[in-house]
Design a protein around this ligand. Structure first.
Ligand code: F6R
Length: 246
């Protein structure tokens, strides 16, 4: 596990964008795993800049998003479909047919989850998966207690996560209760992982993730077992680390 501590989210986003640019240059049809939320926002801005100013070509890449709310129409401003369109996809030259985001509005959710796993397999697996982390240590929507071997499935969001995400909705009642999420096993199958976090609110989760024992109660701790996991965090998120890290 490579841990890199940066002055700011701006700095780690530049490093993460270079990592992705190098991957696409080496493998123009790379498969990227993407996340939503605040953590990857600056990274997406850097990728858009690389596309506009340095011709970074996304035309052959395929993307798989980690998760999507259940029962929220794709057109809802807070759906992860809308988030990705607005913050990345509408501003780069990715082919719409190469974009995969779970569909939380289908009737048969279980079938949709199996289909999603199958598409990842058919694409040859995910070369690089971007991850954020919840204050409670969740990755994607794998909340504390999630099975460490889990695959894509429907999960109930914890009250903490619903509270954290309520900032995007008018009332608590509007915050979805369920999501489709890649499982921890799905994430661990990705060739490389890049987990990013910034700010004080992530400091305890990062201490547990990097220095704590591996436990399903802090799902992100499983990345300690991954062969190519990179962790990019800012100084605030690194505040509680006691070991020597770069
Ligand atoms: C989003 C996702 C979540 C977020 C996490 C952190 O696709 O999978 O696990 O990465 O909740 O969210 P932010 O970055 O908003 O603090």
């Amino acid at each position: 596990m490579l841990v890199r501590i940066f002055k700011s989210a701006e700095d780690y986003s530049i490093a993460a964008a270079s990592e992705i640019a190098r991957l696409i240059e080496r493998k123009p049809d790379a498969v990227l795993g993407l996340a939503t939320g605040t953590s990857p926002l600056l990274l997406y801005q850097k990728l858009i800049r690389l596309h506009e100013e340095e011709d970074l070509d996304f035309s052959r890449i395929t993307t798989f998003n980690l998760d999507e709310y259940v029962a929220l129409p794709r057109s809802h401003p807070q759906s992860y479909h809308s988030f990705m369109t607005e913050n990345l996809f509408s501003k780069i030259n990715i082919r719409p047919g190469n974009i995969y985001i779970p569909n939380g509005t289908v009737e048969n959710i279980e079938e949709q989850c199996d289909w999603y796993e199958e598409q990842i397999k058919l694409a040859g697996g995910i070369d690089l998966q971007i991850l954020g982390i919840g204050g409670n240590g969740h990755i994607a929507f794998n909340e504390p207690g999630a099975s460490l071997g889990s695959r894509t499935r429907i999960k109930t969001l914890s009250e903490q996560t619903r509270k954290d995400n309520s900032r995007f909705f008018n009332t608590m009642d509007e915050v979805p209760k369920y999501a489709i999420t890649m499982g921890i096993g799905t994430i661990m199958d990705c060739h490389r992982l890049l987990l990013m976090a910034s700010g004080k609110s992530k400091a305890v989760a990062m201490k547990n993730t990097i220095e704590g024992p591996i436990t399903a109660m802090v799902p992100a701790t499983i990345v300690q077992m991954h062969r190519y996991a990179m962790i990019y965090i800012d100084e605030e998120a690194a505040a509680h680390l006691s070991g020597e890290h770069e």
